[in-house]
Each structure stands twice: as C-alpha cells, then as structure tokens.
Design a protein. Sequence first.
Length: 123
Amino acid sequence: MCLDCLVHKRTSGKKTGLLHPIPTGQRPFQVIHVNHLGPFETSTKSNRYLLVVTDNLTKYIHLCPCRSTDTAGVIRNMVKFCDERGMPERIISDRGSCFTANAFQEFCRSREINHTLNSTRHP
C-alpha cells in the first residue's frame, strides 16, 4: 500500500467510543472490581481458578479460590465477601458469561448493587 493510501484510507468496522474514568469510592469496598484468574493446576481442594476482588480505593486484593468460573460460584464467593467486608455499592467486571448471566444481575439488583461492565478490550 502506498503512503497516500495509508494516510487517506478510511477505517472499517465500529468506531471506538470514548472511555470514561471510574470515580474512586469514598470508603473501602464501596467500589470493587472482580475478575477471574486461571486456570491453574488443580489444588488439593479441586480449585483451578481465583476470583480476584480489588478495592477501587485502597487497591486491596481479596482472592477467592474456586473450582470453575460459573455464575453460582461467583455468587457464592460474593456472598462470603460481602459478609466479611460489607456490601459494595458498585461492582465493575468484564463481560464474562458469569457476570452477564441473569442470576448475577439478579444478585446485584436484589442487593441494590450497581453493576458496571467494562468496555470490551479496555479493562
């Protein structure tokens, strides 16, 4: 492709949107980020993944070992987390199927948690 074509060629596909900064919470665990890490070698308790919960304010990281990345496991770990650390006002996650599932949406709605999904490819 010549230089003139490179400069004047129109890009195809969807235009990328503007990213919005995520405001920091006013207290610990008010705003949290969640995501899965793994798979790892299976542990003695049959866990292969970690659910990583990061506090937006303090950057504190809470790790929850889990056997899979299914929605039921995420909800179970989030209930334990909320019992230990308190109820967040906002959860930010990627668009993994466990976070977009109706059961997780209902979990957030029933506890009045604002669930925000990241922009694709821009965590």
